[in-house]
Design a protein around this ligand. Structure first.
Ligand SMILES: [Zn+2]
Length: 414
């Protein structure tokens, strides 16, 4: 693992006046759940500090891990996540209908992963091309009839696509836009790829929801940008582009999808951005105090959680963490839960037999929860707490308990 670089300017506006507003406990790269034999690769922890730009209001991380060492060994593929296939099919249909794209239009997906969105776009009549840096994932998509260029989305990728397929009527970026360090050149490249009147559709976890729903554990190294609509409006304006539509969607605890065009184009949609900006002002997304208040609330909950687990530990109870994902890593480290957890469980087969980054805590299947009166399950994947508790009701029947750490500490027993 190549260690990190630290920026000292704003990725979007170049300003050097950035306030550090949330200092989370440093972690290794949070998604590197590796087999024990390779666990040393993910053993070093790096700062996990959120900054706010005073000039453009952008919330972001300035400590950046080398993307080559993160993305090229990526074990996560889109369709391995339950529910996502359906999400992408619905997404493709919705966007193509809303923009009234004629059949045969070219759609390019940036960070196309295993082609989940491309598959949906192809199904509704688009010509498709993907761009994906992970070689094996890109090759698998191409073999499936979803042509995928194996590289980062750079000027060369734009040139290749324009030569092979022509300009794009639709360019999409889902949950990758927030992971890109050089946002400026990606936007320049998108602009160069778009046909006249073409639309760039970006989907990302929304900063307003992160604050409102206290999803602090959505902060992790790979996730560099925490966008508001106001911040993005300014950034696109500086590139002679404009946001013409915003939609709120439920994924990842609250996301938005925005539609962007060249400023000179006739807008494909009409939307009222002002209501979004007004809501962000009311939420004080540009005020460092908003973030400090959230951190205080999180820290208070963490302390309460530790004292509850201290008691369980002293009673000799078995403490199991439910969830082995990048967000769980942030939560385990910041809450200081490592010393309590006997093991983790997860429902994603790709995670079984791995260990939590830097902590060596085993990940087992959820069938390893041997419910008895000594069992305590800490629901690390707390946004899915209702579903997880429902599926594992036997724990309660046998006298065990669930601890839901966030958004407020909650104990669930029979
Ligand atoms: Zn800025």
């Amino acid at each position: 693992m190549n260690p990190l670089a630290h920026r000292d300017d704003c990725r979007l506006c170049g300003s050097r006046t950035l306030d550090m507003v949330m200092r989370l406990t440093p972690t290794p790269p949070g998604d590197m759940y590796l087999p024990r034999s390779q666990a040393a690769k993910a053993s070093s922890a790096y700062p996990l500090d959120l900054y706010l730009c005073r000039d453009c209001g952008y919330a972001n991380l300035l400590d950046i891990l080398d993307p080559d060492s993160i993305y090229k060994e990526y074990i996560y593929t889109t369709t391995s996540s339950p529910g996502l296939i359906k999400h992408f099919e619905g997404y493709a249909r919705h966007v193509v209908e809303r923009l009234r794209l004629p059949s045969g239009s070219l759609a390019v997906d940036i960070g196309s992963n295993d082609g989940a969105l491309l598959r949906g776009l192809k199904k509704v009549g688009m010509r498709v091309a993907g761009v994906e840096p992970a070689p094996e994932i890109a090759a698998a998509a191409t073999n499936e009839g979803l042509p995928t260029l194996n590289r980062y989305f750079d000027a060369k990728a734009v040139e290749t696509i324009r030569n092979d397929y022509g300009p794009a009527n639709l360019v999409t970026a889902n949950n990758v836009f927030a992971n890109i360090d050089d946002v400026s050149s990606v936007v320049d490249n998108v602009k160069a790829l778009l046909a006249p009147g073409g639309v760039f559709v970006v989907e990302f976890a929304y900063l307003g929801d992160l604050i409102k729903n206290r999803i602090f554990d959505y902060i992790y190294h790979e996730h560099l940008s925490y966008f508001s609509i106001d911040t993005l409006r300014r950034m696109f304006a500086s590139k002679d582009m404009k946001i013409v539509g915003v939609e709120h969607i439920e994924t990842k605890g609250g996301s938005v999808r925005i539609y962007v065009q060249r400023a000179a184009d006739t807008p494909a949609l009409t939307d009222n951005l002002d209501s979004w900006i007004a809501a962000e002002d009311r939420q004080r997304l540009r005020d460092p105090e908003t973030y400090r208040t959230l951190l205080q609330a999180v820290d208070k909950t963490a302390a309460a959680c530790r004292s509850l687990l201290d008691r369980y530990k002293s009673e000799g109870r078995r403490i199991i963490g439910y969830g082995a994902s990048v967000t769980c890593t942030t939560l385990i480290y910041h809450f200081g839960l490592a010393r309590y957890l006997d093991f983790l469980v997860d429902d994603n087969p790709a995670k079984l037999g791995t260990v939590c980054p830097g902590l060596g805590i085993d990940v087992r299947p959820s069938s390893a929860i041997d419910g008895d009166a000594k069992t305590v399950v800490v629901v690390l994947a707390w946004r899915f707490a209702d579903m997880i508790i429902e599926r594992n009701r036997q724990v309660l029947d046998q006298g065990g308990v669930f601890v839901v750490p966030m958004p407020e500490l909650k104990l669930v027993d029979k």
